[in-house]
Design a protein around this ligand. Structure first.
Ligand code: GDP
Length: 193
């Protein structure tokens, strides 16, 4: 038997509209892969990953649950939220609707989950708006981006959420999103919150 390989176990839940990339973020985190056409019937529901928080010299095991197709039901069973220490509130940066809907998801989380839960707002699919011009020659917006960083940052600040933009496709900021949330949870533990 190997010795202790982690110091903490944190349960994470991943919420947000259908097709924003929740399963893809989970697959990227746990398997370093991206599937252009993930099979919805496979329903990735659970994945775990060890992350190191260097400044604390601590290894945290993240146990992540994806809503896996339950989006349409809106109300998710209490057992899904029970014991969660972290939540990824995911939207697609090219879908304003998915951003606006995070308010409903957040309300749902706040209603059912622990009030101390750490939430990180994740603007996914950032690869779709990188390297594209902000405006064309006539000055009209060409970007696929439908949610600005400023707007998302302001919303996150008002709601007490962490915030990051990510790409499950390129891998950009995926581990970082989970690590940032894990760090915040560790801080809360140290403060006795
Ligand atoms: P879920 O319903 O929220 O779990 O979304 P999925 O993970 O099933 O992803 C929905 C679609 O978006 C799939 O076709 C993915 O390949 C695609 N997708 C997910 N993440 C990204 C991303 O970061 N960039 C791009 N370009 N596509 C993505």
């Amino acid at each position: 038997m190997a010795g202790i390989s982690w110091h903490y176990v944190f349960k994470f839940i991943i919420t947000g509209d259908a097709a924003v990339g929740k399963s893809s973020l989970l697959i990227r985190l746990t398997d370093q892969r991206f599937l252009a056409n993930p099979d919805p019937t496979l329903g990735v529901e659970f994945g775990s990953k060890l992350v190191t928080i260097p400044e604390e010299n601590k290894v945290v095991k993240l146990q992540c649950w994806d809503t896996a197709g339950t989006e349409s039901f809106r109300s998710i069973t209490r057992s899904y939220y029970r014991g969660a220490a972290g939540c990824l509130l995911v939207y697609d940066v090219t879908s304003r609707k998915s951003f606006l809907n995070t308010r409903t998801w957040l309300a749902d989380v706040r209603q059912h989950a622990d009030p101390h839960l750490t939430c990180i707002l994740v603007g996914n699919k950032i690869d779709l708006c990188q390297d594209e011009p902000e405006t064309d020659q006539t000055g009209s917006a060409k970007s696929k981006r439908q949610v600005s960083v400023e707007e998302a940052e302001l919303y996150a600040k008002e709601e007490g959420l962490l915030f990051v933009e990510s790409s499950a496709k390129s891998g950009l900021n995926v581990e970082r999103a989970f690590e940032q949330a894990a760090r915040d949870i560790l801080d809360k533990i140290h403060r006795g919150a």
